[in-house]
Design a protein around this ligand. Structure first.
Ligand code: HEC
Length: 156
């Protein structure tokens, strides 16, 4: 590789570090949060927080390399896209039909091992779900879907 090209790449890399996406870190747990509203058993809460909340809530725990572009761009993209589909922090703002639909989708994504994303598991071993953990989530969702407390009116 020519020396000029190499210097060019280094300059682009350095400039990128100054153009950073906003971090998805809120210090508050809102009252519309899924776990706050539904008080699931602690195993369920722990699984969701460990395997899902980084991309589907207002509170992402960033790894150290999460501040290094272009990794920071990729993470921001995953979080924005993830929250568009499902935002546990805004659970209370979903209406009854949306809640039911999302619970069914969570069940399906987990059962088929589509979630958490493989690229995420590769970097976060602890987020990989065991068969027991998958069963815990599925059983809890099935029970919840037959109860009324998840179907409260949206919180404004
Ligand atoms: C690394 C980030 C990341 C993690 C961790 C993650 N997701 Fe996702 N999730 C996404 C993205 C990005 C999308 C939207 C694109 C897609 O469907 O692949 C998504 C979509 C979804 C959807 C909507 C699917 C659809 O068809 O609309 C559900 C439901 C979901 N995730 C549930 C979960 C659950 C449950 C967990 C934890 C077990 C989880 N996700 C963990 C990033 C993530």
């Amino acid at each position: 590789m020519g020396k000029k090209i190499l210097i060019g790449i280094v300059v682009v890399f350095i400039v990128m570090q100054f153009i950073q996406p906003a971090k998805n870190t809120s210090n508050e747990i809102p009252r519309t949060d899924f776990i706050v509203m539904n008080t699931p058993p602690s195993e369920v809460a722990t699984i969701l927080k460990t395997s899902c909340y980084d991309c589907h809530s207002n509170n992402t725990n960033y790894p150290w390399y999460g501040s290094v572009a272009p990794v920071s761009y990729i993470l921001a993209n995953h979080v924005n896209d993830g929250k568009k589909h499902l935002d546990f922090s805004r659970w209370g703002t979903y209406n009854q039909r949306q809640k039911e639909h999302i619970l069914e989708e969570i069940r399906e994504e987990v059962e088929e091992r589509h979630m958490p994303l493989t690229s995420y598991i590769n970097m976060h071993e602890e987020a990989a779900m065991t068969n027991d953990e998958i069963k815990t989530i599925i059983d809890w969702i099935d029970t919840s879907l037959s109860m009324t407390k998840l179907y409260n009116e949206p919180v404004q």
